[in-house]
Design a protein around this ligand. Structure first.
Ligand SMILES: Nc1ncnc2c1ncn2[C@@H]1O[C@H](COP(=O)(O)OP(=O)(O)OP(=O)(O)O)[C@@H](O)[C@H]1O
Ligand code: SF4
Ligand SMILES: [Mg+2]
Length: 336
């Protein structure tokens, strides 16, 4: 039975700021030796049974945002401000062991680089059974059955025999499927999938996306789907958040974003797509110029101004406010 999207947020991220110590600084977040922000105040809510797409050019802070949700920002990076709540529970102040229980069991991450996430010295079966035992409290034959079903679901052939093999005996695409199986076997409430299908061929990619969508609909799982592919967004997502230089610059229901993009950055991304009807080749195309690197992101101006054909003097006089385009549609641009 399909679970309809609800208005009660499952995951709420509020004004999240993530930074790295400025070069030469001690990184103690004092005014003199500050952190440089890579994520500059990101807020979003994910509902049950909803797929929220997070798109934007390379380096805009998508992966850091997803890692911050799990309190896994790599050192020397640090969450400087903001909150993350899973239903009513605030996550960022949780003790490490409580947070470990949330990871995997309630919020699962398919990391951007799954190739390095499997332990080379343990079999795939050991690693799958470990998470199934830990998070689903299943043992022996029952746990093995769940592991086999999880590998079957992501189309790993000969699942039972494959459990006895080591990661190096799997191709890159197969390892990515194992990571997806591991995340889904725990039946999380929230799945964060960071470019989950990039290493897979188009047919398998479509199967995996269909599986994620099916589980989201059946179990009411909320999915944060990070992707460069606007074709995938159009097929799978209910809502989309567009990131630029550490900020969400536009957020809207998927149909409205495609029919009425309101931020010039989103407009450029969509204009650069050759054919939205094609189910291939909709990866974000290069638009002229470069986003500002961490350390050069302005705090009192629109970061897109140097690349924006509609820029006006007021765009660089203050940070544009987040404006409402329609009840569920916002954009951070002075023209809205
Ligand atoms: N360990 C680190 N030290 C310093 N800067 C970092 C570190 N990790 C990420 N950054 C910077 O933070 C910014 C955001 O990185 P992030 O990985 O979140 O980008 P992304 O949007 O996921 O990009 P991509 O689409 O390429 O995966 C980048 O400019 C990156 O250079
Ligand atoms: S605020 Fe100004 S520079 Fe920024 S996107 Fe809007 S028009 Fe362009
Ligand atoms: Mg990334």
């Amino acid at each position: 039975m399909s679970v309809p999207p609800s208005s009660q947020p499952l995951l709420a991220v509020h004004q999240l700021v993530v930074g790295f110590p400025a070069k030469g600084g001690r990184g103690d977040n004092s005014a003199l030796l500050p952190y440089q922000q890579a994520v500059c105040g990101v807020s979003f809510a994910l509902n049950r049974g909803e797929v929220l797409g997070l798109v934007g050019e390379s380096g805009c802070g998508k992966s850091l945002t997803s890692l911050a949700v799990l309190n896994l920002v790599p050192t020397p990076g640090k969450i400087l401000e903001g909150s993350v709540s899973l239903e009513k529970q605030s996550l960022l102040a949780l003790p490490a062991d409580a947070m470990r229980k949330i990871r995997g069991a309630r919020i699962a991450l398919i990391p951007q680089d799954p190739m390095t996430s499997l332990n080379p010295v343990y079999t795939i079966g050991n690693q799958l059974l470990e998470v199934i035992t830990l998070h689903r409290n299943l043992h022996g034959a029952a746990a093995e059955q769940v592991a086999i079903e999880a590998l079957d679901a992501v189309k790993v052939p000969n699942a039972k025999q494959r459990l006895t093999q080591y990661p190096h005996e799997f191709s890159g695409g197969m390892r990515q499927r194992v990571m997806i199986a591991m995340a889904l076997a725990c039946e999380p409430d929230v799945l964060i999938a960071d470019e989950p299908t990039t290493a897979l061929d188009v047919t398998v990619q479509a199967q995996i996306l269909a599986l994620i969508k099916e589980l989201q609909a059946e179990r009411g799982m909320g999915v944060l789907l990070i992707t460069h592919d606007l074709g995938v967004v159009a097929q799978v997502c209910h809502r989309v958040a567009v990131m630029y230089a550490g900020r969400i610059v536009e957020e809207a229901p998927v149909k409205e974003l495609f029919s009425k993009p309101s931020h010039p950055y989103t407009q450029s991304l969509l204009a650069a797509i050759p054919n939205m009807k094609s189910d291939r080749g909709n990866a974000l195309q290069a638009i002229e110029g470069q986003p500002p690197p961490v350390g050069m992101i302005p705090h009192n101006a629109c970061a897109f101004a140097p690349r924006c054909s509609k820029a006006e003097p007021r765009c660089t006089e203050a940070l544009p406010p987040v404006a409402s385009v329609s009840p569920n549609h916002t954009a951070q641009c002075v023209l809205v």
